[in-house]
Ligand binder design. Structure first.
Ligand code: ADP
Length: 497
């Protein structure tokens, strides 16, 4: 099959979250299965820090927006360990900025223009590069206009009129909603501004547009595919998703087991495997305790957290529960890595000052430290309010770090709660909050800490159960291939799967 993936993030070029991990790994997996794959992304400033060769092509695209011609040059690189081409849409005025989507003042005010331009430029690039895709795989709201352009603008095109589109939702909470006055930026007219098109409560909604026009819609876990059709998790689009339920599928993300492997991870103080996990964790724990000026003691449980400091991730619960443990003098040590909302920065900084030596805090983005925390911690907390798939709990399982999670979305699909029955069946791999509040988190964490200190054999079983599981891309990539094939077939294309 011939597949074009469009995304604003892909490791190692640009990343703010899990989308980047997915779009860095999936294309390589598809190529390994014999498919022709290309990735297209914006030429953000960040791509130059990836340490990959980027070459100019002599191709460019032009898009007319509101009577203004905007041009972009196309440059090219490849994804690591593969021949998968990555094409960058270089428009410095729109993409050569300090951040991907916004700064401390909030979202960039011209995001509608930036991503409408990007979406149209991608279609220009597909035709200029003569990619002839069977499938155009779009990701999140930034690419939501692409399925609409494919459906509306290419009826007469010799091959784009047969390209099928797939829209993957990585997070329902980010929809790309803009005042309707921006409609002209999209190139559509008021004829398309209706409830089966771009319109949503009298505004433009780019994610909704993608859901509406794509031939197939996917999201990143089976549980989340169900949840987003409900009022609680649909973020207003539950009705739109229910209407598309026959073409809506959940495909879990995999993890890149080359990058996330405790046996070979170059960021770790010591590498380890299933055979020597306790020893390996102790060495990594020592390194993290020294780094954060905490008492070096391998008996003390280390509780790790890595993630965006956003409401989604349950930081209110974490801060309250952490305060409870720290104030009570509990021996647990805490290590937190994250960046995001200033009020969480403030609350965590205050706690770290008050309990220095017991709470190690790094406010920022550090890939190396994320790996080190996964390896050094005994327990990893992920009490997310909602979680489309979640990657950190999968890294934790592989690194022998027991996840304590709120059983929602992908967390419920991937972590098995510890109880008499799951212990007997040897399936338990973590702990669930029984209620989504600070007491619920404190109770789940207390249970985990108690089993760790008082029932080491059970703890060892929970750790090794997780470590033995396979969360690599294999099954998920096969499922995408199947869905691509079915989608293309519905479009009347015969493809070799
Ligand atoms: P989301 O996509 O909602 O942010 P995921 O768990 O799916 O959550 O993926 C988050 C990814 O981003 C993981 O690879 C995680 O390690 C990484 N990450 C998040 N915050 C940081 C940070 N401050 N420093 C380094 N890596 C981070």
């Amino acid at each position: 099959m011939n597949i074009v993936i469009i995304s604003t993030e892909a490791v190692p070029f640009a990343k703010t979250g899990g989308l980047a991990d997915v779009c860095g790994a999936l294309p390589v997996q598809l190529a390994q299965r014999g498919h022709q794959v290309s990735l297209i992304m914006p030429g953000f400033r960040q791509i130059r820090a990836a340490g990959r060769d980027i070459e100019e092509t002599d191709l460019s695209v032009r898009v007319s927006i509101d009577g203004r011609e905007i041009a972009a040059k196309i440059s090219r690189s490849t994804l690591p360990d593969s021949d998968v081409p990555v094409y960058f849409i270089n428009q410095p005025e729109l993409f050569d900025r300090a951040q991907l989507y916004g700064d401390e003042k909030g979202d960039y005010r011209d995001n509608c223009l930036r991503f409408a331009f990007f979406s149209r430029a991608c279609l220009g690039a597909i035709t200029r590069l003569d990619l002839q895709p069977d499938i155009v795989h779009c990701n999140d709201w930034q690419t939501g206009l692409v399925p609409a352009y494919i459906s509306e603008d290419f009826e007469q095109h010799p091959w784009m009129n047969r390209a099928a589109s797939l829209m993957t939702i990585h997070n329902m909470a980010y929809q790309g909603v803009f005042p309707k006055e921006n409609l002209s930026l999209t190139g559509f007219d008021w004829g398309q501004f209706h409830h089966n098109g771009l319109e949503f409560y009298d505004q433009i909604n780019l994610l909704k547009t993608g859901i509406q026009y794509a031939d197939t819609v996917t999201t990143v876990s089976a549980r989340y595919a169900e949840e987003i059709q409900t009022e609680e998790h649909g973020c207003g689009l539950q009705g739109v998703l229910q209407a598309r339920s026959e073409s809506l599928f959940g495909v879990p993300n995999g993890i890149d087991t080359g990058i996330w492997n405790p046996q070979t991870d170059p960021h770790l103080a010591a590498n380890y495997s299933l055979d020597n996990w306790a020893e390996g964790k102790n060495a990594n724990k020592r390194a993290i305790q020294e780094r954060f000026g905490m008492e070096v003691d391998h008996e003390a449980p280390v509780i790790g957290l890595v993630g965006r400091l956003a409401e989604q991730k349950g930081w209110e619960l974490v801060i309250e529960s952490m305060q409870h443990f720290l104030a009570s003098g509990h021996e647990a040590q805490w290590v937190v890595l994250g960046t995001g909302a200033p009020h969480y920065h403030d609350a965590l900084t205050q706690l770290a000052e008050k309990y220095s030596g017991r709470l190690g805090l790094h406010l920022g983005f550090s890939d190396a430290l994320a790996h080190q925390i996964e390896a050094a911690s005994d327990i990893f907390l992920m009490p997310s309010r909602y979680e489309p798939c979640g990657l950190n709990q999968l890294y934790s399982l592989r690194y022998g770090t027991v996840p304590v999670v709120n059983p929602t979305g992908g967390l419920a699909d991937t972590v098995v709660d510890t109880c008499e029955q799951t212990l007997a069946e040897k399936t338990s791999s973590g702990f669930y909050l029984s209620t989504f509040d600070a007491p619920g988190l404190t109770a789940a964490l207390s249970k985990a800490l108690r089993i760790r200190s008082q029932e080491p054999e059970k703890w060892s079983q929970i750790v090794t159960t997780g470590m033995q599981q396979d969360w690599s891309w294999g099954r998920s990539a096969d499922r995408y291939v199947q869905i691509y094939g079915d989608t293309a077939a519905r479009k009347g294309r015969k493809v070799r799967i």
